[in-house]
Ligand binder design. Structure first.
Ligand code: SAM
Length: 311
């Protein structure tokens, strides 16, 4: 549908890249869509199959009626609340372009801190690894709990080409997206996708100890649902967002399973929900189980990642 207020191509009115972008920005801004400029650009890039550099290098490029129709249909859907990433089917994470669908949470920039913390805590390649020419992470066994799009599992598999990564999710539909993303980035042979509750599929017997567990679990309380932005509440999968009434349903069982499955010296890295720190930190302070507990804040100064080493 071309919104009636927008001039149709061929009607003798401007219908080029610049004017389409300006009109889209105007509409998105008027509808109070956050980051309206970026949304207008991304949706036009998606419609035309071009990058931003092309867009700004060809402001006078005429658009066909079908391109305008497709573009303004996306703009209207964005105004109606559909997140830009579900309209383009893409989101970047850790420099990797990932497919996203409404079956998976849209990976957030702050979740990249989990990758940073995990890599920092694993440390640089050992002298022996470098001498022997072994790939980084040689022999490591990693689990990503609640993998969604596969963002964490795939980022770690790319950074640690010697590691095997087990990525779990309760949602078969999410795992199908993660599988396509793992293929797209050439790590499908080392990212093993498992449909199960938390780490149940790895809980054995036999148990093969893990070196690293990362997780960005669901952590929104059902009672907070009304406070979520409309885009999130209406479009992102409830299974990826909610963790019981309080938002804390998953931390205790996850940490208990991690204590069981990590080798001595293994590392746990979890993302914290808003206000989750006072609940999660005591779970790691059980005597004799965890050491070197560290808190990492995100760029907004919010406590975001808790990590610890198995005694
Ligand atoms: C907050 S999302 C995180 C997705 C992805 N790791 C990311 O950071 O973008 C949580 C994920 O956990 C999955 N999940 C929910 N309950 C689960 C459970 N009991 N066991 C395993 N995964 C679960 C959801 O389907 C969702 O994909």
């Amino acid at each position: 549908m071309i919104p009636s207020a927008f001039p149709a191509a061929g009607a003798g009115l401007p219908a080029d890249v610049r004017s389409a972008l300006r009109e889209a920005m105007r509409r998105l801004r008027a509808a109070a869509v956050p980051s309206h400029t970026l949304a207008a650009e991304l949706l036009l890039m998606h419609t035309l199959g071009c990058d931003r550099a092309w867009l700004y290098a060809h402001p006078e490029q005429p658009l066909e009626a079908s391109q305008l129709a497709a573009y303004f249909e996306l703009v209207e859907r964005r105004i109606a609340g559909v997140p830009t990433q579900y309209l383009t089917g893409r989101q970047e994470f850790w420099g990797l372009e990932l497919e996203v669908t409404p079956d998976v949470l849209i990976p957030r920039p702050e979740t990249e801190h989990l990758v940073e913390v995990a890599l920092e805590r694993l440390g640089p390649p050992t002298w022996e690894e470098e001498e022997a020419g072994l790939p980084r992470g040689h022999g490591l066994r990693i689990a990503d709990v609640g993998t969604g799009s596969g963002c964490l599992a795939i980022a770690l598999a790319c950074e640690l080409p010697g590691a095997q990564v087990f990525a779990t999710d309760i949602s078969a539909a999410a795992l199908a997206v993660a599988r396509r993303n793992a293929c797209r980035h050439g790590v499908a042979g080392r990212v093993h996708l498992l449909q199960c509750n938390l780490l149940d599929a790895l809980a054995g017997p036999p148990v093969w100890p893990l070196d690293l567990i990362v997780s960005n679990p669901p952590y929104v309380g059902r009672r907070e649902a009304d406070h979520l932005p409309r885009e999130v509440r209406a479009h992102e999968p409830a299974q990826a967002l909610f963790a019981g009434e309080s938002g804390q349903q998953f931390y205790a069982p996850l940490i208990a399973q991690a204590a069981h499955l990590l080798r001595s010296g293994g590392i746990l890295v979890v993302e914290l929900g808003y206000d989750a720190l006072p609940h999660v930190q005591p779970l790691l302070e059980a005597e004799g189980v965890w050491q070197q507990i560290r808190l990492t804040h995100d760029l907004a100064g919010i406590p975001r990642v808790l990590s610890a080493r198995r005694v």
